[in-house]
Design a protein around this ligand. Sequence first.
Ligand SMILES: [Zn+2]
Length: 376
Amino acid sequence: MLKTLQIKLLPDEEQKDILIDTFIRFNEACNFVSRIAFDKKLFNKVFLQRIVYKDIRERFGLAAQLAVRVIAKVVETYKVDKEHFHEFRDFGSIVYDQRILSFKGMDEVSINTVHGRIRIPITIGKYREIPFERIRGQCDLIRRNKQFYLMVAVEVPEEPLIEAKDIIGVDMGIENIAVDSTGKYYSGDEIKDVRKHYSDLRSRLQSKGTKSAKRHLRKLSGKESRFVRNVNHVISKEIVQKAKGTSSAIAIENLNGIRMRTTVKKGQRYIHNSWAFHQLRSFIEYKAMEAGIPVIVVDPKNTSRECPVCHTIDKRNRPERSRFRCISCGFEGEADFVASLNIRNRAAVSQPIVAGAIFGHSTLPAASSEALARSS
Ligand SMILES: [Zn+2]
């Protein structure tokens, strides 16, 4: 399966100008070539190149490989429609191949511009890593909302899905990064401390606003994101390996639920409401897919208020943020763990084959009773 990774470029002001300049000149050159191609009805790459190549290089100051990319782009669009003249926007995408773009590890990319080759820091956002050996074809440099991105196509191997005999519910919480329905807690303490530390440092640097403060800030965000990425990598790996070892599917909440349940103090919100959780989720999904583990996404509504035993839903089931106590049957447990049980239950209900074999809606999942005893 081909998947597109979106990698964000983090150019400094000078590099930004260079990129903008490159976009504009690249697309001006496209319009120049498009005019000739359309007027002469010349849509063959080889013939077109003979006529325009020298002009592109001289008039628009494009390097050889970029000039070739201009011609290729124009030819591509006329393959689709030869009836109309094609005009290119100032910020139409630039297609790069390995000769004019190369990644320098996970942190930098070296690309060809109208001002020569430059190295620009990148962030790979929610991805675990760039699977360099799986990059297929060319990648597009695009500009969206004044930001620059590389769209990279990668081949993702897909394992055939296992036949799940069980389900592991995973709750991504505030107190804990994640809790699964076997009773395993993936602690949030360390990550919260570190992120708080970075957040404090950041606001101090931001208020300074000097050039060296800015440089520090950039380094900081790199360090912090590498730390969080590593934590998420470890947790997602553990969850997926557990699922594989027990032939289980993984159940998680629909993304919206994570934000919906955010009723935390203002100062804490950044910890919870941030990309780190989206990243953990996407790591789980990505690794699960690679391992052939089904991921079931469930409705997040009331997963923290429902009793996993008698299914009473009530706000009063949560006397405290971290505790759960059912007002009907008295069932008690740690709140995030209870949520993970509900997530598991919901996935079981929505997957009748698995549910029928193992547990019904009204009974507590057997595999969790031991963990439950520990928790309550
Ligand atoms: Zn109950």
